[in-house]
Design a protein around this ligand. Structure first.
Ligand code: SF4
Ligand code: SF4
Length: 93
């Protein structure tokens, strides 16, 4: 991976990935996963906008989360204005 040019005395150095996002699968380490309460979802797509993994997919109204890429970070839970997303234990979701 290429290193960004920077002052070697300034840490941390940044690494620019040259791999595709398609390779950024979550694997089996995630312990929590978001669940959308469809009945309260307004379809505002704020969760789509804020998800750092770009794994919220647009649908007719209620978004769909691609759990191959979701990291369970909970940002969508915090940002949902309808408070209709909850983090659930991996086994229960
Ligand atoms: S942010 Fe919440 S209300 Fe808006 S689309 Fe996502 S789940 Fe639905
Ligand atoms: S938990 Fe994080 S990675 Fe998963 S859908 Fe929500 S914002 Fe995206």
């Amino acid at each position: 991976m290429p290193w960004l040019e920077s002052d070697p005395l300034v840490l941390p150095q940044e690494i620019v990935s040259d791999r595709s996002m398609a390779e950024n699968l979550t694997g089996n380490w995630r312990s929590l996963k978001p669940a959308i309460g469809a009945s309260r979802c307004t379809g505002c797509l704020i969760c789509w906008k804020y998800c750092p993994e770009a794994c919220v997919e647009l649908t007719d109204k209620v978004p769909r989360i691609d759990f191959h890429y979701c990291k369970g970070c909970g940002i969508c839970v915090q940002e949902c204005p309808a408070h209709c997303i909850a983090l659930e234990p991996e086994e229960a979701a």
